[in-house]
Design a binder for this molecule. Structure first.
Ligand code: APR
Length: 258
């Protein structure tokens, strides 16, 4: 990683000046945990092409057929599931858990479905695209651990409202579940400093949150090895990998706080 000490210094001071710090996280955060990103070098969409927007419509039209089809995972789905299965949190995830523990980081809005923030010890996490380990009822919105649902019946049904159960991961064309979207909007409404960590900032509604913070006079800090759709709007850009840069940022914040 190039010498980022000056940027780390600026970022640490901005974080300490702020009152309500959030992190917006993308696939780049988990690349150092050996999970491929979606876009750019080594991206799943780069390799397989971006899926069409009718995934959710296909589920709704034929939930039984959909459940039968996902048993034989192929292409990007297989790579993503296998990547997540072997993944462990990396120093970037642990650095965010530490910032939360220090009372500085108030919430994480993650686009990742890999559960690695919780695995690293973070508690305040909004999973805007769902969690790969969970299931969700498309009618009442309740979420379940996999062992809470009778998978002998295909399609599986909600034990409360008999609605159809799907994986919690938000599919292309699927609306973001209203409870998690409200949490993200409420947290963003309080935020005066947002860390943009390993996201290309191309997918909405998540990509809109930083602009809302900036519009209200808040500061934006980006950690990414490459330019993104929001680089120009950021006050500080740390050109590097989150697994290396975030521990340095936490260390500098700790020393400045003394
Ligand atoms: N550290 C920091 N950033 C990194 C690293 C790293 N080690 N490696 C790659 N990156 C950056 C890339 O430069 C890129 O800008 O992470 C970003 C990953 O971008 P995407 O693959 O587009 O991931 P993301 O922004 O999370 O995509 C949003 O799109 O396809 C949907 O549902 C999917 O949640 C996903 C959403």
């Amino acid at each position: 990683m190039a010498d980022v000490s000056e940027d780390i210094e600026k970022a640490a001071r901005l974080v300490l000046e702020a009152t309500y710090v959030l992190a917006l996280v993308g696939a780049g955060m988990s690349v150092e945990s050996e999970i491929p990103p979606f876009r750019g070098p080594g991206g799943l969409w780069t390799k397989y092409g971006e899926p069409d927007m009718r995934g959710y419509d296909r589920f709704i039209a034929d939930p039984k057929g959909w459940w039968e089809s996902i048993v034989k995972r192929e292409g990007y789905a297989r790579d993503l599931v296998e990547g997540i299965a072997q993944a462990r949190p990396n120093p970037g995830h642990f650095a965010l858990a530490e910032l939360e523990e220090m009372g500085i980081l108030k919430y994480i809005i993650t686009q990742n479905v890999d559960n690695l923030h919780y695995a690293a010890g973070s508690k305040n996490v909004a999973e805007i695209h769902g969690n790969i380990h969970k299931l969700r009822c498309v009618s009442c919105g309740r979420r379940f651990e996999r062992d809470e649902i009778n998978m002998e019946v295909i399609p599986p049904l909600c034990p409360h409202c008999k609605g159809y159960i799907k994986t919690d991961g938000v599919m292309f064309g699927e609306p973001i579940p209203p409870d998690v979207l409200k949490r993200c909007e409420d947290e963003t409404g309080k935020c005066d400093c947002m860390l943009l960590l390993g996201t290309s900032a191309q997918v909405y509604p998540a990509a809109a949150f930083p602009s809302l913070v900036r519009r209200r006079g808040g500061s934006l800090i980006e950690v990414n090895p490459y330019d993104t759709a929001l680089t120009a709007a950021c006050h500080v850009v740390i050109r590097g990998h989150t697994g290396e840069a975030l521990p340095l940022l936490v260390e500098r914040i700790r020393s400045l706080r003394k």
